[in-house]
Design a protein around this ligand. Structure first.
Ligand code: GAL
Length: 828
């Protein structure tokens, strides 16, 4: 293995090349570090439904300066009459304009300059210096436009204008957000360059000794003359060169060409969930020994299959996919992406033992996939929530005919190098799944997918017949005159994917012999963090049927956080995991959902505006069931007891414990044992029903008579103090980094007050800002963007974003009658 350190020698080579080739760049790195640069800062924004035509923007149009990613929806007020409906989070859509003025160096006039949008929700149209670049209806797709022919170079300004039309509502079953809600980049390359998403790295043969790595690279020549060039692809592990391959090409004027290269990696370090090892392929194009373009692709070496009997096999080992479905919003930040906010979500999920993410129901921000590559998640990358037939009046179904092909191809091209992606899902609960019209589309989508990537199985998240037992399902299937999920039956899918109805899973083996299975979506259990209805051992379906309105409910639109409430099509967490755990042929599941999200506030309607499905609430606070999974899915010792210990004297309260690595748990109330319990059979928790008495509840888990863990809950007195805890007390002063600060409301002895709902006011000193406040309460209509918020059950969250200057950020929280608290965060 060549131990040449790439980045040092690479830079000195670039130094030379830079001086010779780019007369404007006398700094060494500029030659390629400028290939793709952020274009996020200093946009002007104007929201106005009545400006439909760009030319009606006048000099008196008022603009506000902001940085993207930006979501204007979350800045608005929750409104019962919002055309998006409570399903869409009762927030507003509308029509917004963005513009930005910029200069391009004179030296770049000989290059190709493009603008890249990672995602704009939705119906974006872009102009540069008055030239129309194009339109993209799909809000979740990444796209780019070449701007070079229309640019001014040197001192003269350029202006880019982006129209974002999200005015037609509803167009989503959940909160979409509005605006340039993902990153924007400027890409500058030589006229001879690697094309957009121009590399495809696969590992057709992987053994412990050797992996063959195949590169398909598309080179684009935008010169008016043909070019002779050398394409070198070098594999690096961290900064150590592993191997490289070189090929000479001749490429015609204004043409593109795809070349294939093969390399071998000896004793490859494999990508796995526990050790997500990455390699980097660096593609260099040289002309006359000068490097004119350099393009990096991260990839992983792993071997996997979905097996009919054994489920998901990764690097020869059976791995159960313990996944969660996620929507793209980031709670109080709305849908404006922030890499640290996504990373925090993934860290919280990793802590619970999650190893899989389903990007429901659309292509995600590219940063999510980068993080999944680095952190070790098994991703199901999903394309669509609807095909041609709409689910809401103004959704993508209306754009289907014109755009679906391009959108799917772009998703595949963008995402296919990510080692974390193991499954393509061509759609979620597509209404046309029941008949031939769906089969025709499924065949088309599968053919496109296979054209661009044959290395991963294709599934669709389908509905098996609801409310039927296994015999009825089998009968339905066998009766030719009865339509039974036509897509499943058509043979077009590599992996049968069912949403819910776990009682029907077993029929698949009989009726789809040879096709492996995955539970694409499960559970849909419901909880409000910190609310408990006793008794806990009755299971409730809320609403009773999916097509009925929910009238039962609790005052305050709360749902018990004992795992006892499920949507009618769903099941409790415990019931679902017991099934998935039991059968090897079930590759795994993606639970609906990891985090709560804005919109779809099942089982309630207004005034509820966000979901109850999350294992973690909107603010990022785990609900109790998080610890059931942690006890099952991680090796760390777990003993979690709940509920809180503030009840009416004499009231019977069910106390649950999730635990692992122990034979038994003993519970004590005020020092007196109330019994020893151990899980029997497939139990996932133990329970005591005891009359409430204020004081201390203490649990001890033991293995072979020895204490493993102790856990205590105390009755809290009146709220007295605020306590602030920052997840990170040092953040980067890059204008982007975040510190998530937890606010706890405590009594005078430091015990969390489990029903405290004080309004808390925040103030921040220093170069930074408060960008989100949230309690996780699905009924709260307070703005996530304010500087005050009402706590839910003793807790609240405030999100601080750094400015671009280093220094101290001092956050203070105050509430009437409570002792204030301050936390210091350093921006470095
Ligand atoms: C599923 C659907 C999800 C979400 C969920 C709520 O059927 O795929 O998008 O709506 O129900 O339970």
């Amino acid at each position: 293995m060549d131990k040449r350190k790439y980045f040092s020698s690479g830079l000195s080579l670039l130094m030379l090349v830079g001086v010779i080739l780019f007369d404007s760049c006398n700094k060494k790195e500029e030659a390629f570090s400028n290939r793709k640069v952020s274009f996020n800062s200093d946009w002007s924004f104007h929201l106005n439904d009545s400006i439909i035509d760009k030319d009606t923007i006048t000099s008196s149009t008022k603009w506000r300066t902001l940085d993207v990613p930006h979501d204007w929806g979350v800045e608005g007020k929750f409104d019962e009459k919002s055309p998006a409906g409570y399903g869409g989070g009762a927030l507003t859509g509308g029509l917004g304009w963005y513009k930005k003025t910029f200069k391009v160096a004179a030296a770049d006039s000989s290059k190709v300059t493009s603008i890249i949008f990672d995602g704009v929700y939705r119906n974006s149209e872009v102009w540069v210096n008055g030239h129309y670049l194009g339109k993209r209806p799909n809000g979740y797709i990444s796209f780019q436009y070449e701007m070079s022919p229309y640019l001014n170079y040197g001192d003269k300004n350029n202006e880019i204008i982006v129209k974002v039309d999200n005015s037609k509502q509803p167009n989503s079953r959940w909160y979409s957000g509005s605006g340039i809600f993902r990153n924007v980049w400027i890409e500058t390359t030589d006229k001879l360059h690697v094309a957009q998403w121009g590399t495809y790295v696969t590992t057709p043969k992987v053994t412990a000794e050797k992996a063959s790595v195949q590169f398909e690279t598309t080179i684009q020549n935008q010169n008016p003359a043909s070019k002779k060039a050398t394409v070198t692809t070098t594999i690096f592990k961290e900064d150590t060169k592993v191997t490289s391959v070189t090929q000479d090409i001749t490429i015609g004027a204004n043409a593109s060409q795809t070349i294939k290269q093969q390399a071998q990696v000896e004793t490859p370090v494999l990508w796995s969930v526990e050790k997500p090892e990455l390699y980097t392929a660096v593609t260099e194009i040289s002309v006359d020994d000068k490097i004119v373009d350099q393009y990096k692709t991260n990839f992983g070496i792993r071997d996997f299959k979905f097996d009919v009997d054994k489920g998901f096999i990764l690097n020869g080992k059976q791995v159960k996919i313990k996944g969660v479905c996620m929507h793209h919003d980031l709670g109080p930040l709305g849908s404006a992406i922030n890499t640290r906010a996504i990373e925090r979500q993934l860290e919280i999920l990793k802590g619970m033992g999650v190893n899989g993410i389903r990007t429901s129901h659309n292509p995600p921000a590219p940063e999510l996939l980068d993080l999944c590559d680095k952190m070790g998640f098994i991703v199901m990358d999903e394309a669509f929530d609807m095909w041609k037939q709409n689910k809401t009046k103004y959704d993508y179904g209306n754009d289907w005919d014109k755009w679906h092909k391009k959108d799917l191809i772009d998703q595949l091209l963008r995402d296919r190098n990510h080692p974390s992606i193991f499954v393509w899902s061509i759609g979620n609960e597509i209404p046309q799944q029941w008949d031939e019209s769906g089969v025709i589309i499924a065949k088309e989508l599968a053919a496109i997918t296979r054209q661009y990537d044959k290395t991963r199985p294709i599934t669709a998240a389908m509905n098996p017949p609801v409310n039927m037992n296994i015999d009825e399902v089998t009968l339905q299937f066998e009766q030719k005159n009865v339509q039974f999920n036509a897509i499943a039956k058509s043979g077009v899918l590599d992996l049968i994917g069912y949403n819910y109805a776990h009682q029907t899973y077993a029929h698949h083996k009989k009726n789809f012999p040879g096709i492996p299975f995955i539970a694409t979506e499960t559970t849909s259990a419901l909880e409000t963090r910190g609310y408990y209805d006793n008794n806990s051992d009755s299971i409730k379906k809320w609403p009773v049927r999916w097509d009925l309105k929910f009238t039962e409910g609790n005052p305050g639109n709360t749902v018990s956080a004992y795992d006892q409430v499920q949507a009618p099509w769903g099941s409790t967490h415990e019931a679902t995991w017991k099934i998935i755990k039991k059968h090897d042929y079930l590759s795994g599941m993606y639970i609906w959902t990891g985090f709560d999200y804005i919109g779809e506030p099942t089982p309630y309607e207004w005034p509820s505006i966000s979901s109850y499905f999350g294992i973690v609430d909107l603010a990022g606070f785990p609900k109790d069931v998080y610890y059931m999974y942690q006890s099952e899915w991680t090796d760390k010792n777990v003993l979690h007891i709940f509920p809180h210990w503030n009840w009416k004297a004499g009231q019977n309260v069910d106390v649950w414990a999730y635990y692992n690595n122990a034979d038994e748990v003993e519970l004590f109330l005020n020092g007196k044992s109330v019994g020893v319990r151990s899980k029997k059979g497939d139990d996932l928790h133990v329970m005591w029903r005891i009359p409430f008495q204020p004081g201390t509840l203490k649990a001890i888990s033991r293995k072979n008579g020895k204490t493993v863990l102790e856990s205590e809950i105390k009755t809290a007195g009146n709220a007295s103090n605020l306590k602030l805890t920052a997840d990170r007390s040092a953040i980067k002063a890059d204008g982007n980094d975040l510190s998530f600060v937890i606010v706890d409301i405590l009594d005078s002895k430091g015990v969390l007050v489990p029903n405290a709902n004080n309004e808390i006011n925040f103030s921040l000193k220093g170069n930074g800002k408060i960008v989100g406040v949230c309690s996780g309460d699905p009924v709260s209509h307070e703005s996530y963007k304010g500087s005050k918020h009402t706590a839910l059950n003793g807790k609240c969250l405030v999100v601080i974003q750094s400015g671009k200057k280093t220094g101290r950020l001092e956050l203070t929280a105050k509430a009437n009658g409570l002792k204030q608290s301050t936390v210091v965060i350093t921006a470095e």
